[in-house]
Design a protein around this ligand. Structure first.
Ligand code: SF4
Length: 193
């Protein structure tokens, strides 16, 4: 059988008002539950211009909102208006801002000579000439016009390409086009699809 408890009464014995009872049950909610400092704080994208763009990485083609101020990108997030990603981004796409602005990014060529234990800084022209020379020499030396059964293959299996996570769609297109044209067959990339 249910037990009925009479409503609590204040110390002087007077009945508790309806509002007093409500306060005891649901608590008191102030109309401004924020500090003055919090009220002054603004998000870093407040007042920034925004441009809709496309994630540079893979063929899913997620849309991004690029926030910028005074010619500088300040944030990149998923575009909620896109029917493809509806505001979401995968971890790689969500880190796109670090591709634009990253103090850890190397801006000069680093070269480690065979058997060396340290990296050297080299001019870009030096690196481009060395890569071109070694690709030409290796391709000429290892070229296979036909396979063991006499089929025409026109390839070299002595050069491979392993792409990095920050390669974008355009770079991958050019890499595939160049290296396939050179007769390379081992071309790989870290990509979604
Ligand atoms: S890398 Fe991720 S965020 Fe970018 S397009 Fe592909 S799935 Fe979308």
């Amino acid at each position: 059988m249910a037990t009925h408890h009479p409503p609590p009464r204040p110390a002087d014995g007077a009945p508790i008002s309806f509002l007093g009872r409500l306060r005891r049950h649901v608590g008191v909610v102030p109309d401004r539950a924020i500090s003055a400092r919090t009220a002054r704080v603004r998000p870093r994208i407040a007042g920034a211009a925004v441009t809709a763009s496309i994630c540079p990485y893979c063929a899913v083609g997620c849309s991004q909102l690029v926030y910028h101020r005074d010619g500088k990108v300040i944030d990149i997030e998923g575009n909620y208006a896109s029917p493809i990603n509806q505001g979401t981004l995968c971890p790689k796409g969500a880190a796109t801002y670090q591709l634009v602005d990253n103090p850890n990014r190397l801006l000069t060529v680093r070269y480690r000579a065979p058997h060396s234990d340290h990296w050297e800084e080299k001019p870009l022209d030096w690196a481009m000439a060395r890569i071109a020379t070694l690709v030409k020499e290796t391709r000429d030396r290892t070229w296979e016009a036909t396979d063991a059964d006499g089929h025409v293959v026109n390839r070299t299996r002595a050069i491979a390409h392993l792409g990095g996570a920050t390669l974008d769609n355009e770079e991958n297109y050019l890499i595939k086009k160049l290296f396939a044209g050179l007769g390379m067959v081992w071309i790989e990339n870290q990509a979604r699809i």
